[in-house]
Ligand binder design. Structure first.
Ligand code: FAD
Length: 507
């Protein structure tokens, strides 16, 4: 009998642990792991219909992180006698060719609910059907990037509640019922993934077949993100919260150091709104979004921590936040590309969104004259990361104070964020702009927020050293300085630091 062969198509699931697609691929006798560097994910892209603008799809921070993650995955596979084939090209052109070369029977992949990702899957599916029909090759999709498996949702996707609290309560209660079932009897029969809520263990990956083509080289950051990040300096900025090394190895190290060695999980709920330093929040997001870390693995570590150390509001809250992540993933599965419309899923046509390139550029560069917004934008530009508190304020300022098309801000985040995910990013932006999953006013009073979360102006002066000489109140609100005070502190508004773009007193 001839041996069976599978292609394990890696995308944003760059890990060996809890990887349903890889585990299924490893049921075959021979496995060829492949990654496609898809040119559509890089370079300049238009966005937004008639009023369209151009933005760079993947900036240097995320490109760097992704390449490190690929290199780490390749090293792990090589340690196990396998390898990772890396090809530049669209998956629908690369995969049929590799499948033919190694005589594959099946291609396994993790499916994604977001429109661009799922259209690539469809293109691969039809290429495989058209080109490899006589060979009987099939594309098998697996769900593997959320905490709750799609098959375990307590409702159909079409009936998914559009408010987070209703969603969360339903999912929490279903998870409790499943736990009770697991304790009292046989597990429920569920398709797709044998593990239920538990992470899958790493499969045994067979050696790379001898007839597999050459593994190929990884591209350089400059090959992928050469445009708007011409000044990108791969050396980490020492003001950044973490260096964010890409890859599963660094991801598991971060879980170990945040949860166990540093013992930070016990106070996560109290510290999570911080702005400075490595440990006010988990910083798991880049690894979760490139798939170096599975959310089910994180939840299993939280459970273990609750058993061994403490179960409190903080341990609950980390999982609560992971459910927010799930919420937006499932929302995209329900509403699809409606999320990218300016009117959003709520079809709001009553907001007068403006286009003003100069004002947008000031926001993007961190030159608005509002220190709390500027410091956050400069952190994003320098490091690819911004805290959740910062994202809420920077997004709200663009959407609700400047009233610029919120999607342009979201697209800017898409370029820059090291942890960008379409559902988390556009879902949160739409929410704050008032066109997403909440009918309440979600705008932020940026002055109040700065006072509440950066009272001593430590954060703003870290990223705006030109305000360092000022007392905290003025560093937060430099427009209050009289001319005499500007002279005495040596900070001239309009010269050393911009005049504010809007009068926040008129809010
Ligand atoms: C305008 C805006 C854009 C955003 N864009 C992204 C994005 O592209 N990618 C992204 O992962 N997160 C995004 N977020 C959510 C959140 O800001 C980040 O997940 C968080 O700051 C990452 O840091 P952390 O891992 O330390 O978070 P923690 O506070 O430690 O939270 C743990 C995990 O929970 C998840 N999470 C927490 N808050 C949210 C949330 N509001 N929505 C979805 N998931 C959440 C993340 O996976 C995070 O890693 C955005 C938020 C806003 C307001």
């Amino acid at each position: 009998m001839s041996e069976s062969t599978s292609l394990a198509w890696f995308r944003r699931d760059l890990r060996l642990h809890d990887n349903a697609a890889l585990a299924a691929a490893c049921d075959a006798d021979r496995v060829v792991p492949v990654y496609c560097v898809d040119p559509r994910e890089y370079g300049d892209r238009p966005f937004g219909g008639p009023d369209s603008f151009v933005f760079e799809k993947t900036g240097a921070h995320r490109a760097r992180f992704r390449l490190e993650a690929l290199s780490d995955l390749r090293a792990s596979l090589r340690d196990r006698g396998s390898d990772l084939l890396v090809r530049e090209g669209t998956p629908e052109s690369v995969l049929p060719e590799v499948a033919t070369t190694v005589d594959a029977d099946v291609v396994t992949v993790h499916t994604r609910p977001t429109p661009e990702e799922s259209s690539v899957e469809s293109a691969v599916e039809s290429a495989v059907e058209t080109e490899l029909r006589d060979d009987g090759v099939e594309l098998r999709r697996f769900w593997g990037h959320t905490l709750t498996h799609v098959d375990d949702l307590p409702m159909a996707l079409s009936a998914l509640p559009d408010t987070y609290t209703t969603f969360r309560k339903a999912v929490e209660s279903a998870a409790e019922d499943a736990d009770a079932d697991a304790e009292t009897g046989p597990g429920s029969a569920r398709g797709g993934d044998p593990a239920g809520g538990d992470p899958l263990s790493e499969p045994t990956v067979p050696p790379l077949p001898r007839d597999a083509p050459d593994a190929g080289d990884l591209p350089a950051v400059s090959d992928l993100a050469g445009n708007s990040d011409a000044e990108f300096d791969p050396a980490p900025d020492d003001r950044g919260v973490l260096p964010f090394d890409g890859g599963e190895t660094a991801a598991l190290d971060r879980v170990e150091s945040y949860v166990w060695a540093g013992d930070h999980l016990r106070e996560y709920k109290e510290t999570r709104n911080g702005l400075l330093g490595a440990d006010y929040s988990s910083k798991f997001s880049p690894w979760l979004n490139e798939g170096c870390l599975s959310p089910r693995y994180v939840k299993a570590e939280v459970d273990r921590y609750e058993d061994r150390r403490v179960a409190n509001d903080s341990t609950y809250w980390l999982v609560f936040e992971l459910r927010w992540r799930d919420f937006f993933q499932f929302q995209f599965a329900k509403h699809g590309s409606d999320f990218f419309r300016r009117e959003g899923i709520r079809e709001r046509t009553d907001i007068d969104w403006r286009r003003d390139d100069a004002r947008f550029e000031r926001w993007a560069a961190g030159e608005t004259g509002i220190p709390f917004v500027d410091a956050n934008m400069r952190e994003l530009n320098a490091t690819g990361y911004m805290s959740n508190r910062g994202r809420q304020n920077a997004a709200s300022f663009l959407a609700n104070d400047l009233r610029l098309d919120w999607r342009r801000g979201a697209a800017y985040f898409e370029t820059r964020l090291v942890d960008y995910d379409p559902a988390s990013n556009y879902g949160n932006w739409a929410y704050i702009a008032g066109v997403g999953n909440d009918s309440r006013d979600r705008s932020f009073d940026v002055r109040w927020q700065a006072k509440r979360y950066d009272e001593n102006a430590e954060y703003v002066t870290t990223w705006l050293p030109e305000l360092d000489a000022l007392p905290a109140e003025y560093a937060r609100e430099p427009w209050k300085l009289s001319e005499d005070e500007q002279a005495s502190y040596g900070v001239e508004l309009g010269v050393d630091y911009p005049e504010p773009m809007v009068d926040l007193d008129e809010r």
